[in-house]
Design a protein around this ligand. Structure first.
Ligand SMILES: NC(=O)c1ccc[n+]([C@@H]2O[C@H](COP(=O)([O-])OP(=O)(O)OC[C@H]3O[C@@H](n4cnc5c(N)ncnc54)[C@H](O)[C@@H]3O)[C@@H](O)[C@H]2O)c1
Ligand SMILES: [Zn+2]
Length: 358
């Protein structure tokens, strides 16, 4: 006898609902478990009120931030979920860090429960709530390895609520915009050029970013074929920078600087034409706005070359023989994964540490 029902969290097409918070929350199944960013709860009093009306099992208030992607935080959520029946729903209201924690929890609770994301940062709306990935960081010696343990668990729906995004500050808006422009650069040259002429607003960035990311994830829901690796453009050095900064550098800003590194590496090994690298560097600066090369220098000067080497080796895209792989740009809208010999990035380090364009 075969079952036509799909397991909670298995791949499904994107299901986006847009609306006001009370209207969306009225759809919440009774008895759900709700993870709620404490800061967002304080800024938007409408949320706890609307949730309570749906008689949830529990509302777990959590502090957002990279420390939320940890085993202790996961423990808190699993404990709160101990009375949750199979077939129940976990709703996560917050940014990418709580979203990633919720994704891991939804995968583990009762061997998998339905997940609904209600992203409250542009970064989460554009990027992290699409594509089913969630992960925690693992402490390993001196450094914390970013996203070292994770799962694929696709959300049943995403509830998008523009009014919740009104309390984000310019830095938070920029961090989300950087991930959206990353997708334009790697996947859609036409959209990149149009965005250069007329800078898209927040809602357009969210719609286009979700559409592009979904188009990639749909072809390769579990990252078996490599299609979705292009989404990691800027993330190889981005993750290294986040780690070196001990997460004082936000994910979005680290990815912005990581894209500069990827452009330089691409030029160095003859993959990225200089004119493309220049266009993307200027476009990222004038579009979403990225930090400067002197910021890159400041962070890179904090770690020794062997430390950087070790952090790069811990990167999930490193090949079996520990050769490094990076997403590099061939042309606007076209990116591919390439093996990068260590001498390539080592040769660039002195210029990076001096704050110049190699
Ligand atoms: N799973 C994926 O595919 C994926 C993709 C991209 C990024 N990520 C992950 O996402 C994380 C970054 O996400 P993030 O930038 O949303 O971080 P975050 O969740 O820490 O949110 C950033 C800050 O914004 C605050 N905040 C959230 N919503 C707010 C609102 N509406 N108004 C005011 N403040 C608000 C939070 O309290 C927090 O202080 C990283 O850990 C990154 O690895 C995951
Ligand atoms: Zn990212």
């Amino acid at each position: 006898v075969s079952s036509t029902r799909t397991a909670p969290g298995s791949y499904r097409a994107l299901q986006d609902l847009w609306g006001s918070a009370p209207a969306l929350l009225a759809r919440l199944p009774k008895g759900s478990l709700v993870l709620l960013d404490e800061r967002v709860a304080g800024l938007h009093r409408v949320l706890p009120k609307a949730i309570v009306r749906r008689k949830p099992l529990r509302i777990v208030g959590l502090a957002a931030g990279e420390q939320a992607k940890s085993l202790p935080a996961l423990g808190r959520v699993l404990e709160a979920a101990s009375q949750l029946p199979r077939g129940a729903t976990l709703l996560c209201i917050g940014g990418g860090t709580l979203g990633d924690l919720a994704t891991v929890a939804a995968h583990l609770i009762k061997r998998g429960v339905e997940l609904i994301h209600m992203p409250t940062t542009v970064l989460a709306a554009v990027d992290s709530s699409v594509g089913g990935k969630g992960a925690l960081h693992v402490a390993a010696g001196r450094w914390t390895v970013k996203n070292a343990a994770g799962v694929f668990h696709y959300a049943r729906q995403t509830w998008l609520c523009p009014e919740l995004l009104e309390t984000l500050d310019p830095a938070q808006l920029r961090e989300g915009a950087i991930e959206a422009w990353k997708m334009f650069a790697c996947l859609d040259a036409g959209l990149w050029r149009r965005s250069r002429r007329h800078r898209p607003g927040m809602l357009a960035l969210i719609r286009e970013g979700r559409r592009l990311k979904d188009s990639v994830c749909r072809r390769d829901p579990y990252e078996l074929e490599g299609h979705r690796r292009v989404l990691n453009f800027g993330h190889t050095f981005g993750h290294v920078l986040e780690t070196i900064s001990r997460f004082r550098l936000s994910h979005g800003d680290a990815v912005g600087l990581g894209m500069l590194c990827a452009l330089d590496v691409g030029r160095r090994i003859g993959i990225t034409p200089d004119r493309v690298a220049r266009e993307v560097e200027v476009g990222l600066d004038e579009g979403p706005g990225i930090m400067s090369r002197s910021d890159l220098a400041r962070w890179l000067r904090r770690a020794s070359t062997p430390s950087i080497q070790r952090l790069l080796a811990a990167d999930k895209k490193a090949g079996p023989d520990a050769e490094m792989r990076m997403v590099l740009l061939h042309a606007l809208g076209r990116a591919e994964v390439h093996a990068v010999p260590p001498r390539a990035w080592r040769a660039l380090l002195p210029s990076w540490r001096a704050g110049g364009r190699p």
